[in-house]
Design a protein around this ligand. Structure first.
Ligand SMILES: *[C@@H]1O[C@H](CO)[C@@H](O)[C@H](O)[C@H]1NC(C)=O
Ligand SMILES: *[C@@H]1O[C@H](CO)[C@@H](O)[C@H](O)[C@H]1NC(C)=O
Ligand SMILES: *[C@@H]1O[C@H](CO)[C@@H](O)[C@H](O)[C@H]1NC(C)=O
Ligand SMILES: [Zn+2]
Length: 518
């Protein structure tokens, strides 16, 4: 059925008069019917009774309505987005349409052309030419946020029709207005997929006209809203801009409605990226001189490789991906081995050119990793969903981990001296942030539980200590005491100085990713 209703009329007229394009009119009428946006971009808006969206032949009936007063029309009458003809509406509407005819080729004041000429089949086929040459696959996902000035334009246009929108329905608010990027996606998604014969893509930044300069006036309104962060290229992020806009008193917001832009924005970087693929597995680390991630001090490499890089190299080349993002369930120190079933990890592969792998191919890849180095091994390697990745981090604190430590004692020990350790259960530790990590972590006291322990006598100064602990326990500090910063500790328990010579992670009890039968 038709997306626009009689009660949209005041908003429609106001928006058209302000210089909005047809698609922006739909957006501000909070129309979420995707098909409505797929009409050609030069559509004219007009009202007529009893229209159905469809063949133009059905229009005939509407001629009856020509010249009638809009306010006398029965409530069932609908407005319609229709290409072409305009002779069948009230005088008021006809005037709006006549005006719009001139406006037609002019750049929309809110979307600056994104939903006009940047959003049609010609554009889609341009996108597709690039995509096809890259052997495309993947999912069409949201167009990246159109940044700063779009939010200013959007806000000022919203203020412009706010009253009418509220009159239409008290429930409607700013968030109900369809975003430019959504409308863009609804139109382009279908067009691109059609061009590519069902294959779809991920499109970022349909256009870029604005510069930070457009936003600088906002900084004076709300200096606190624009704080530099190390990860962001610009301080003018969407969140910050929206926040600053909220602080401008409505009557001081100008221009409202937005001014007519002199030119439409240019598709500088319609970029097609392949949607990310997520790969998960578990790794073993058999080496006491391998960091988990590249170890850099003042930009200088300290170790020639890392777990992350050893795994990533074969994976990146198999998926022909441009980059990756590695995460794991906890991490071990450079000198700690990870044995047993290994530590769960997951990686996001960025812009990969291959996405589907059979079980056999994944196994092949796993073997390639296994053979590439004797420092690490990988198991349960599989493709997972973005959502599934979060399961690795879920309830991480409650999970248990098992370790074996080689402990040295200052005083000579006999077998009997350490046998009491086996009986200790659920020992709660207070651990001040260890000295060795104090430079990067805040000083705090952690409470962690050692669920159970057992000791295996080796010689008069050494024994193996096995521990089952809550995740996040600092094991090294528990053994040597960290100058009394961890309490209780092994020195106190044995009443002599103790130190840790070797540490192995025996198991990380996270039941994700699912294990893959051999
Ligand atoms: C609409 O009118 C045209 C001529 O004005 C006619 O040829 C056509 O058959 C009519 N269509 C319908 C659906 O009535
Ligand atoms: C890597 O992951 C982090 C956290 O999930 C995210 O903030 C960051 O944007 C990601 N990096 C890339 C290049 O995707
Ligand atoms: C890789 O090594 C792990 C750990 O030893 C083993 O479980 C897995 O089966 C190996 N996979 C292949 C394909 O060699
Ligand atoms: Zn527009």
């Amino acid at each position: 059925m038709l997306p626009l209703k009689e009660k949209d009329k005041p908003i429609v007229q106001k928006l058209l008069a302000a210089g909005c394009c047809a698609r922006c009119v739909l957006r501000f009428c909070c129309v979420s019917v995707h098909a409505a946006y797929r009409q050609p971009p030069q559509v004219r808006l007009h009202y007529s009774p009893g229209f159905k969206l469809g063949a133009s032949g059905e229009n005939n009936k509407s001629h009856d309505a020509a010249g009638s007063d809009a306010h006398e029309e029965p409530p069932s009458k609908r407005a319609k987005l229709e290409p072409g003809a305009s002779g069948d509406m009230s005088g008021e509407d006809a005037a709006a349409v006549a005006g719009q005819r001139d406006e037609e080729l002019r750049v929309c004041v809110v979307c600056v052309g994104v939903l006009q000429e940047l959003c049609d089949a010609t554009q889609a086929s341009k996108v597709c030419v690039r995509v096809c040459s890259q052997m495309c696959w993947g999912l069409f996902s949201a167009v990246d946020e159109l940044t700063c000035p779009f939010w200013i334009l959007q806000h000022s246009c919203w203020l412009h029709v706010k009253k009418e929108l509220r009159e239409k329905s008290a429930k409607l608010d700013k968030d109900d207005v369809v975003q430019v990027k959504e409308a863009f996606k609804w139109v382009m998604q279908g067009l691109v997929a059609k061009e590519l014969g069902g294959v779809s893509v991920y499109v970022t930044n349909p256009c870029k006209k604005q510069t930070d300069a457009d936003c600088h006036f906002l900084a004076s309104t709300c200096p606190d809203c624009f704080k530099p962060t190390k990860n962001k290229q610009s301080v003018f992020t969407r969140m910050a801009v929206v926040k600053a806009l909220e602080k401008i008193p409505e009557d001081r917001h100008s221009p409202c409605p937005p001014r007519r832009p002199s030119s439409s924005c240019v598709p500088l970087d319609v970029q097609c990226l392949h949607a990310s693929v997520f790969v998960a597995g578990r790794y073993n680390k058999f080496c006491r001189s391998l960091p988990q991630t590249p170890w850099l001090i003042d930009g200088e490499r300290r170790m020639e490789s890392s777990v992350e890089e050893l795994i990533a190299a074969p994976v990146l080349s198999s998926f022909r991906a441009a980059g990756f993002n590695f995460s794991s369930s906890g991490r071990e120190d450079v000198d700690v081995r990870t044995l047993g079933n290994g530590r769960p990890f997951a990686m996001e592969l960025l812009n990969p050119h291959r996405s589907s792998f059979s079980t056999a191919q994944m196994k092949q890849l796993q073997e390639t990793i296994n053979k590439s180095s004797d420092k690490i091994r990988v198991r349960d390697l599989q493709i997972v969903s973005r959502e599934a990745m979060s399961r690795m981090k879920e309830g991480e604190e409650e999970k248990t981990k098992s370790y074996t430590a080689l402990v040295w004692t200052l005083k000579p020990i006999r077998r009997d001296d350490i046998s009491f350790i086996d009986d200790i259960q659920d020992l709660t530790l207070d651990q001040k942030t260890p000295l060795r990590v104090l430079h990067r972590r805040a000083l705090a006291v952690r409470h962690r539980v050692i669920h159970s322990m057992s000791a295996r006598f080796l010689d008069s100064h050494h024994f193996y200590l096995s521990l089952k602990t809550q995740a996040g326990t600092y094991i090294k500090e528990f053994v040597h005491g960290d100058f009394g910063r961890t309490k209780p500790n092994m020195c106190e328990l044995l009443k002599t100085d103790t130190d840790i010579l070797e540490l192995d992670v025996e198991s990380v009890d996270v039941d994700w990713p699912p294990s893959i039968p051999e």
